[in-house]
Each structure stands twice: as structure tokens, then as C-alpha cells.
Design a protein around this ligand. Sequence first.
Ligand code: AMP
Length: 287
Amino acid sequence: MHIISTPDEMTETARGWLTGGTVGFVPTMGYLHEGHRSLIQSAHAECEISVVSLFVNPLQFRVHADFLNYPRDRERDLRLLEQEEVDVVFLPKTEDMYPETFSTYVMPSGPLAERLEGAISPEYVRGMATVMTKLFHLIRPDVVYMGQKDAQQIAIIRQLIRDLTVDIHLRILPTVRDSDGLAWGSRNHQLTVEQRKVAPLLYQALLLGKEAIEKGERQAQRIKEIIYAHVAHSPSIYLDYVAVCDPDTFVEYDEVAENTLITLAAKLGAVRLVDNILLLKGVQWHI
Ligand code: AMP
């Protein structure tokens, strides 16, 4: 496993890819878990060269304290990456990614960038799009692996790839969940024991939405009510939003359509979690 810690060395290494075969890239903020592992294993299995980045991107945090508090364990991450036989790990320093003179940002616009996560934090959208663009240029992957858990991130990156004519294939993998249904996330370990106990209500609520649709419910408002009502079983969970929307544009629906994303964000104390389920072609569920 080759560890690269400067953008210059990453650029130099990526120049050599051309002859090496397909490059699969998994961007992460570290503190790796089973969700990351699934992306890494697919990149390893499907590409000749697998690259994983570990970079907690300060640009995408609205509140600086959240950036400082984001969980980090580089030693443990490197052990996991070694186990998974990753070829290249890129762990740049903040000051090398964003030197003092840094002043160019990628700013997605329109409903997709301005709704839900974008309404709560425009900084997240701008910071995430900017870092991904930089990572794409530095690493020059053929395929980028991302998880369904972050549905709006996927939609924004898909649009970015299209708009900026980036020659990268986006490969989306299903959300990996703990045995009680809670989607794995780096922030999960920040939950108290009590919060961790009730957190699976989020996924259960999404499944109740699915069940309602399967029984014929079409009204988005009704599905949202079902979800709010289930999560209300725990006073420790505050829902930032629940949306029933188009998975590509994030325009909210009045009625369930062929392709429908049910997505939510919740706060449990200071910890913010997102989750979603996706209906495609009116029959195929991605849960
Ligand atoms: P992060 O380190 O949180 O920025 O996530 C890096 C990548 O892992 C993103 O593409 C996420 O969507 C993906 N990811 C995070 N959690 C999960 C999960 N539980 N299942 C599948 N993918 C995930």
C-alpha cells in the first residue's frame, strides 16, 4: 500500500496511471466503517488500481467546531485499508489542499443544490463540490465509488460530472446497515447509549413509508406524516426534514412517482444523521 500525503506526489503518481489499467477511487473523510468497506472492496474487485482518500474537508462544515469534533483515527483507518489491500491511500494536509491563497470554489446551483441539505448548509454543497473536483483532478480516476446513504451528495456529483464534462463513471453502492437497521456512519459512535438505542427508528420509519406505498398510498404528505409519527416515539430525535422527491433533481413530489426518493435528516443531540430509501421504476426498492 502506497501512502501519499502531498498533492504534488498524488499528481505525479496519477500521471503514471495511463498504462496501469482502470483506477477506482473511494473518497472518504476517514473513521472508516462497514459502509466505506463495501465501497473499498468493490473498487478493489472491479478495478486494477484502488485509491482511497482520507481527508476531513474543512470547507464543507458550516460550523468550525463540527470540523474539529469530527472523529478521526488514522492508525485504525490505515490498518483497515491495508487489510483490504488498497493500492494507494491519499491523505493530504488541509494547508496543502487549501493554501492561504486558495480562492476558487465550485458552486452548484438550482433546486438540487439549494434544497434540503443545501438549504441547511450551502457551505456543505460548495465545500463538497469543491473538494471532489480537486480530488478528481489530483487522482484522475476512471470510476468513483459512492454510497446511496448520501443521496443528495450523489445527485450533486452526478450533475457536476455532467456539467463540467468530467470523464468519470459514478458507481453507487447500497447503504450498509448495522443489524438493527441503522446506516453505518462515522458519526454513529458519537451517539450516547440512549441515542444509539433509538436511532434505528429512522430506518424503521422509512420502511413504514415503503410499506404504505406498497399498500397503495400515493400522497407524499401522508407518507411524511407516517414517518414523523414513528420517529415521534422518541423525544430524543429531532427531524430536520423528511422529503419525498425526485432522486435526480430533489424537486419534492405531491404524489409518489415511478422514481421516488424518501430522504430524511435528523438530530440526536449534537449528532446529525441522514438516511433514505429509493424506489426505482415503480417496483425496485433500494433500502
Ligand atoms: P464520508 O466518509 O462520510 O464522507 O463517506 C464517504 C463515502 O462513504 C460516501 O460516498 C458515503 O455515501 C459512503 N457511505 C457512508 N456511509 C455509508 C453506508 N452506511 N453505506 C454505504 N456507503 C456509505
